[in-house]
Design a protein around this ligand. Structure first.
Ligand code: ADP
Ligand code: ASP
Ligand code: MG
Length: 464
C-alpha cells in the first residue's frame, strides 16, 4: 500500500482537483495499486479561517461576508466538480457550514477565541475539502470512504501544535484499516485529545498526517504531491536557478525544512525514518517527473552541499559581559528561563572567549526574551557582571545543508568567501556538531542576494 498526500496547492480549484483525480486513476486505480490519500484544505482556506475567526473575535461585522465568501467557494467547487449530482454533497456542506457559523457567532458574542476553539474552526478546512473530494470520487464510481483522521490520531492538548500519542494512534489506525477495503480519503492536519477535542498538528501538518498513517500501516512509500518538482536546492521564489534534488537523506530533509524549506513539514520525516519508509515528493503539475526521494541514503551528486534554506525573520538576543567568563551555569540558566517561558531558540552561538552568548528567536519573542533574561540575571546586572541584553532585529538565518560537508574541507570558507566578495556581513555563525548544517545570521536586507551568491558559488560550479 502507498499513502499519498495532496497539499492545498494541488487542490486549489475545480481544474486542479480534476487533475488529481486523473493522477489517482492513471497511476493507482487502473494499475490496481492499493492506496489511501490525505488531502489538505483547499489552497488559502486555513489562512481564511484564521482571519475569519479573528474578525469575529474583534467584533468586525465583515466576518459574515468573509464567511459567506468561503461558503460560496466550497459550494462552487462542489457544483463545478459534480454538475449533475450534487444534492447530497451540498447538504453535507450546509451542515458543516451551519456548525461553523454557530461557532463563529459564539466567538463574536463572548469575545473569546482560545487556541482550542481556533483549532476547531481550522478543522473545517480539511473536513470540507475531504468531504467534497470523497463525494466526487463516489459520483464518478470510484470506491472510497471519507475518513476524519481526528477520530484516530490522538494527541496531547497543545492546541495549534499538538504532540501525537503514537502508541494509541498506531493501534487505532491499524485496527481501523483492518476493517476497510476501499481507499480512504483522509483529512490532513487534525487530531483529537483524549477528551475528543479537535487539535491541529502545526501549520503544514497534512504532510505529517501522511507520515503518521504511512508508518502505522508500514506502507511501501509515502508520496507527497505538491506544486514543485521535489525538494529544490533553494526556495525557487528566491533563487531562480534552484533545481530539484534526486535524493536526500531524512536528516538533510529535516535540516532543510527546519530552516525554512516549506515543501515538507519537518516532523514528517520522523515516523518514516523509524520505519525506514521512503518519502517521495512529486509534482501534481508534472507527474511524469521522478521528483525527490527521501530515504536513509543520500545519493552522492556532483555538489558537496545539498541545498540552502532560510528563515526570513529572526531576532538575535545578545547576552554579554566579563562576569560570564569561566562561570559555570550561565548557559543553563539562560536556556532554562527561556524554556520556562516557552520561547523557542532557533540557533545558539557562543564565542570561545565566553564573553557573549547569542541566540536567535522569532521576532515575536524578542522583547519577552529580553525581559525574562534580565529578570533572571538581575543581580549579575546590578554588579555589572552582565551588561543589558541586546535585541537585534531585521535579521535572517541562512542554513547550508549537506551530508557530504562532513567529509569535505573548506566548505565554510567557500561560503564566507562568497559572502565577503559580495560585501555581505555575517552577524553570527553556528555549526551543529553533526556538521550537516552551517547556519549564518545576516541582515534581512541581504537575504536574497546572499542565497543567490551561495547558490552560484556552491551549487552551480562543479566540485573539483
Ligand atoms: P502544499 O500546498 O502542497 O503543501 P506548500 O506551499 O506547503 O505546498 O509547499 C510547496 C512550496 O514550498 C513550493 O511551492 C515552493 O515555493 C516552496 N519551497 C520553499 N523552499 C523550497 C525548496 N527548497 N524546495 C521546494 N520548494 C520549496
Ligand atoms: N491546511 C493546513 C495548513 O494550511 C495543513 C496543510 O496544508 O498541510 O497549514
Ligand atoms: Mg505544505
Amino acid at each position: 500500500m502507498v499513502i499519498l498526500k495532496f497539499g492545498g496547492s494541488s487542490v486549489g480549484s475545480v481544474d486542479r482537483i480534476n487533475r488529481v483525480i486523473q493522477i489517482l486513476d492513471q497511476y493507482y486505480i487502473k494499475k490496481k495499486r492499493n492506496f489511501s490519500v490525505v488531502f489538505s484544505a483547499f489552497q488559502g482556506v486555513t489562512d481564511n479561517l484564521i482571519e475569519i475567526g479573528n474578525s469575529a473575535f474583534d467584533r468586525k461585522n465583515n466576518y459574515k461576508e468573509e464567511f459567506n465568501r468561503l461558503y460560496q467557494k466550497h459550494i462552487d467547487t462542489a457544483k463545478g466538480l459534480n454538475p449533475n449530482k450534487n444534492v447530497a454533497l451540498i447538504e453535507k456542506l450546509n451542515y458543516l457550514f451551519t456548525e461553523l457559523e454557530e461557532i463563529l457567532h459564539g466567538v463574536y458574542l463572548v469575545k473569546e477565541l482560545t487556541a482550542r476553539t481556533l483549532d476547531y474552526i481550522l478543522s473545517f478546512g480539511e473536513r470540507c475539502s475531504n468531504t467534497i473530494i470523497s463525494e466526487t470520487l463516489l459520483n464518478r464510481n470510484i470506491a472510497c470512504d471519507y475518513l476524519d483522521a481526528s477520530t484516530l490520531i490522538k494527541t496531547n492538548n497543545e492546541f495549534g501544535n499538538a504532540r501525537v500519542d503514537f502508541l494509541t494512534t498506531n493501534k487505532n489506525i491499524k485496527g481501523y484499516f483492518k476493517k476497510k477495503k476501499n481507499p480512504q480519503i483522509i483529512t490532513g492536519f487534525i487530531g483529537s485529545t483524549i477528551n475528543n477535542e479537535i487539535t491541529t498538528l502545526g501549520r503544514g501538518g497534512s504532510d505529517y498526517t501522511a507520515s503518521i498513517f504511512g508508518a502505522a500501516l508500514n506502507v511501501s512509500a509515502i508520496e507527497i504531491w505538491t506544486d514543485v518538482d521535489g525538494i529544490l536546492t533553494a526556495d525557487p521564489r528566491k533563487v531562480k536557478n534552484a533545481f530539484p534534488l534526486k535524493s536526500v537523506s531524512y536528516e538533510e530533509a529535516m535540516e532543510l525544512s527546519h530552516f525554512g524549506a516549506k515543501v515538507i513539514y519537518p516532523p514528517t520525516m520522523l515516523p518514516a525514518l523509524q520505519k525506514k519508509i521512503k518519502i517521495i515528493i512529486k509534482n501534481t503539475f508534472n507527474p511524469t517527473f521522478s521528483g525527490t526521494e527521501i530515504s536513509n541514503s543520500s545519493l552522492n551528486d556532483q555538489f558537496t552541499i545539498k541545498g540552502i534554506s532560510s528563515i526570513d525573520d529572526i531576532s538575535i538576543i545578545r547576552v554579554q559581559g566579563g562576569g560570564m567568563i569561566g562561570v559555570t551555569g550561565i548557559a543553563s540558566r539562560l536556556f532554562g528561563v527561556l524554556a520556562k517561558n516557552r520561547i523557542n531558540i532557533i540557533l545558539i552561538s557562543q564565542a570561545s572567549s565566553e564573553h557573549s552568548i547569542c541566540l536567535a528567536v522569532l521576532p515575536a519573542f524578542g522583547a519577552k526574551a529580553k525581559k525574562v533574561i534580565e529578570e533572571e540575571f538581575r543581580l549579575e546586572m546590578i554588579d555589572k557582571k552582565i551588561g543589558s541584553v541586546i535585541v537585534d532585529e531585521n535579521l535572517s538565518i541562512i542554513a547550508v545543508v549537506g551530508e557530504n560537508m562532513r567529509h569535505t574541507f573548506g566548505i565554510a570558507g567557500k561560503v564566507f568567501q562568497a559572502l565577503g566578495k559580495n560585501k555581505i556581513n555575517i552577524n553570527a555563525i553556528a555549526q551543529g556538531s553533526s556538521e550537516l548544517n552551517i547556519s549564518l545570521v545576516i541582515s534581512k536586507h541581504d537575504l536574497t542576494k546572499a542565497l543567490n551568491v551561495i547558490h552560484k558559488n556552491l551549487l552551480q560550479t562543479k566540485r573539483r
